[in-house]
Design a protein around this ligand. Sequence first.
Ligand code: GDP
Ligand code: MG
Length: 193
Amino acid sequence: MAVRPGRVTSAKIVIAGGFGVGKTTLVGSVSEITPLTTEAIMTSAGVGVDDTRNVPGKTTTTVAMDFGRISIDRDLILYLFGTPGQTRFWFMWDELVRGAIGAVVMVDTRRLADCFAAIDFFEHRRLPYLVAINCSDGVQYHNADDVREALAISSDVPVVSCDARSRESTKNVLISLVEYVLSMRRTRATAPA
Ligand SMILES: Nc1nc2c(ncn2[C@@H]2O[C@H](COP(=O)(O)OP(=O)(O)O)[C@@H](O)[C@H]2O)c(=O)[nH]1
Ligand SMILES: [Mg+2]
């Protein structure tokens, strides 16, 4: 992805994280198009499969994925692809990350372990990602340094806070990711082979 003035560049970004962390909310708050979401009312088929114990208000679940679009400025359009949270959809992830420039891993600090699988996946694929702490109701239970330490991620991976329901906040997360991806690319381009 090279952002050139006067030319519109589009890029694909993956939104990942555990079940009920706010992925669908994030795509919905920031998208300029009505997000294509494949939300379904949870039925008894999900009992024992989808863990709603810590997400009591949740009555729907993303069956396949969320899709949205946001123009960061006149030159850059981002297409957002939310991953299905349930591990039974792992087979889709390879397709989902194809062509993506980077990923947002959303975390709820009360259920940090839920994002381990996504982080492992992106580390393994060498896809740049940042960690976005979704501060439910404005409450952040652990600071960014503690989260970084708990997740054992490198010091260059950005850890930011956000409110998935706020367009402004979500947009800032995406801008941070794009800046990070561009800085990584510059570093890789100048690094000796
Ligand atoms: N109070 C509060 N609720 C939130 C926030 N983000 C998401 N939710 C709610 O948490 C539940 C799960 O969110 P959802 O976006 O469906 O999670 P997903 O499984 O990651 O797609 C929904 O009922 C949301 O309305 C937040 O920042 N604050
Ligand atoms: Mg969802």
